[in-house]
Every structure is written in C-alpha cells, then in structure tokens.
Design a binder for this molecule. Sequence first.
Ligand code: UTP
Length: 477
Amino acid sequence: MTPTNTSKKQKLMALLEPTGQGHLLAFWEELDSVGQSSLAAQIEALDFALIDALYHGEIDQPDWAELSRRATAPTAVRLAERVSGAGGDLDISDEAAATRGVEALRAGKVGVILTAGGQGSRLGFEKPKSVYPIGPLSSASLLQIHIEKVRATAVRYDVSVPLYLMTSPATHDDTLRFLAENENFGLVADDLVVFCQGTMPAVDINTGKLLLSGKDTLFRSPDGHGGTIAALAASGAIDHMRARGIEQLFYLQVDNPLVPICDPALIGYHVLAESELTSLTVAKHKPQDKLGNFAMIDGRLHVIEYSDLPDDVAELRDEQGELKFWAGSIAVHIFERSLLERALELKDTLPFHIAKKKVPHIDTTGQQVTPSEPNALKFEKFIFDLLPAAKRPIVVEYAEADCFAPLKNAPGAEKDTAEYVQRMMLAQHRSWLESAGADLAAGVDIEISPLFALDATAVAQRIQPGQKFSDSTHLRP
Ligand code: UTP
C-alpha cells in the first residue's frame, strides 16, 4: 500500500471509529484505487450524526396517540355534497369547481408530478413497477397509462401539460430505457422532465452498523417519496416549473392506474379555496382501514398513519354516527408551486420515518447475506409530511372505485394485487360505458385507452346509446 493510501485509510478511520462504523473499511486492502476512491467518497458524504440519532431514536417522533385525541376532521368536500350540489364546508358547487379547474388547465398552469422511485419490494417484480404490464387486455404498463392520461388532458384543453417523473437510482436507468424504447409514449421531450431522487444508507437492526452491498459499496435505498422535495430542487425541475408558469402540481404515485389525473373539479376546488394543498380523499369503510387518516391538529393538516391511530380514536363517531376520522389518504394531492418553493427554502425539513426491512448485504467476511426476516432499519421521508406546512388545506372526497387501485402485492395477497387492479380498471371502464348507454354482454371485458376516452364524459361523447359490445375489446384511437 502506498503512503497516500495509508493516510487516506487513517483519515477515514478517524471518521469512522468514533461512530462505531470502522467495519466499512474491512476490505480496503483488497480494493483497487478506483474502489478505494469510490468508497471514500461514499463515506465522506455520510451524515453520521443523523444516522446515529435515527438509530438511537433521538429524533423526536410525534406522540400520535396524544395528538390524535385532540385532532379534528379536516375541511372537506364530501362526495354526497358534490353529487347533491350542496357545496359542503366550502360552499362551492362541483360545477363551479370543475369550471374553475378547466380555466386553470386551459391557461397552461397545471403540471403533473409522478413518483416512480420505489423498489416495489412487496410486488416482487424484477423491473421498476412503472414498467409492469397492468392493462387487463392491452398489457399497457402503468407508466404508459399515466403518460397517456397526461397527453389526453393536454389534447382536451389544448395546452401542454408537463410531466415531472421522479425515479431513483434503483429505477432510473430502466425507466429511461423503457421510455426511449417506447418514444416516451408520445409525450414530447419538452413536456417530460425525469429527475432522480436521493438515497439513504441502512443500518443493522441490532448493532446500528451501516450495511455494505459490496466491498466498495454502501447499501443505499431511495429516500422515500418525501425525497421528491429535495430532488425537485437538486434536479432543476422546480426551475422548469417556474419557467413554464406552472402554478399547480397534480401529484400521484405510479402504482395506482385509477387516478383521475388533472381532474378539473379537484383543481377547481383547490383554486377557489385558495388552498396551497388539496388532497383527494376516499371514505374509509371501517375504523381500522389501512389508509393514512387526514386530520387537523392545531390548525394544520396531517396524515396520521393507520398504525399510529389508537383503536379507540379510530372508532370515534360524530352525532350522525359517521367516523370522526373518515378521510383516508390515497397519496393524490395538488400542490401549489409556492408551497414546494417554501419547503425548499426551509431546506426540506421533512422528518425521516424508520422501517424494519429485509436488506441483502455482505458480512464482515465478504459473504453475501440474504435475510429471510427484517434485519435492517431503512430511513425514508414521506410526502404527506409536507401537509402541515400548507395554508388553507382542504380534502375532496371521491368514490374509491373512481380513483384507487394501487398495485402493491404479489399474487395471493388479499388486495392490491395485479388481478385486483385489473378487475377495478375493467369495472370502471364498464361503468363508464354503461352510463353512456352502451350494451355490454355478460362476461365481456372492455379496456379503454386514455387516448380513446379519458373519463365517463369523454366515453359518452364517443359511444352511442344502445351500442353493443359482444366481445372483449381494447378501445383505442
Ligand atoms: P410504497 O411505499 O408503496 O413503495 O410507495 P413501493 O416501492 O411501491 O413498494 P414496496 O413498499 O417496496 O413494496 C408508494 C409510491 O411511492 C413511490 C413508489 O414508486 C410508489 O409509486 N416511491 C416510494 C418513490 O417514488 N420513492 C421512494 O423512495 C418510495
């Protein structure tokens, strides 16, 4: 070993030993100079104090049990009020909201943020989830469906709608390749900004020691969908939004093909309420549903995770017998660009959440370890932690069948499998056709491409009442 290398190792050791992470240099002598430089750069970029504090539980975690007891229901527009025209908490009719939303869309002020950086570990699909061929008849990928919805929106309102697509190092290259192979599914290059989120290391659950995925490589995984905020700034995507005069960002996650992207009513409620953040919500079926719960605490909107909401609080009901915490989150929001900019000025203070996960790694002898039980702590930021920063936040209820079927699980699970998502897509498309007066034979499945019709209104414009469908078909332009 050269003197330079020795001193480099000593310098790194001086950094690592006081924090109990000296094992990261266990293979130093086996590495060539490229490997040593790479490992050194990864180590020097670490925030040891943060990792140590996260591992030792020294980062203040909110006392959700206590907070939830004084939480109140959020300002909301309920589905029944939307349908009846009653106006709800805000006294805005659905019609007025939709009209205002169309104005915002026509003015070219709306963009879309789509997060696709997750590792999809529960699904067990070898490629990024965005590539998954979810179309029940077409085998269209999740990404194709979302992009075609964005394109159909742009055509309908005669504007361009930029798409900000977040990847992570785990999904970036595959996603770019997939887009290139498919010519961006028809989206012009100017309207597509792909940006990559950051990563966080993981530590051994029992010792707090950082894990290595190779002799010269720290294990790192995407830093959660909350990583969107920092990544928007680091990538320059926020500047693109500013330059294009985009004011509202419709945010969604790639695993849910039912999202009514850029739905004018949601945008209109947001604009008319002068809200900085509007969340789409679905009503929970039962108190312990596995959805985040929208709740107001000290005048701020929060999502309380289902695992943090005590059973007795989840069971609370109002005078009408309705669940007090009825509003479930499906991770669809409209952000005012100014809110994202304020979050950036505050240097992205979203907290880290800690999750126990199975993390393959190498041990101190260099042997590959593939755990069958959670062995590590991963640290992730969640996008919903941005909610409390928002002024005048509101939630708008949609029917679950119109907006929520996330692809999460491998076959065999009770819910949120590909089979479940496809069933929900077909049911939605059947209901659009039936409300347009089409006549579908029993057992016939119709999948509708977003480019054929974006929603029930568009279906009604293209389908004649009484039109018969006797065979399963993929309707496309
Ligand atoms: P999930 O937390 O459900 O993760 O993310 P996942 O990757 O889909 O699946 P599991 O938990 O590993 O099984 C919900 C959405 O947020 C995005 C995902 O791509 C998914 O669409 N996400 C998640 C990111 O963009 N980055 C992340 O770091 C995490």
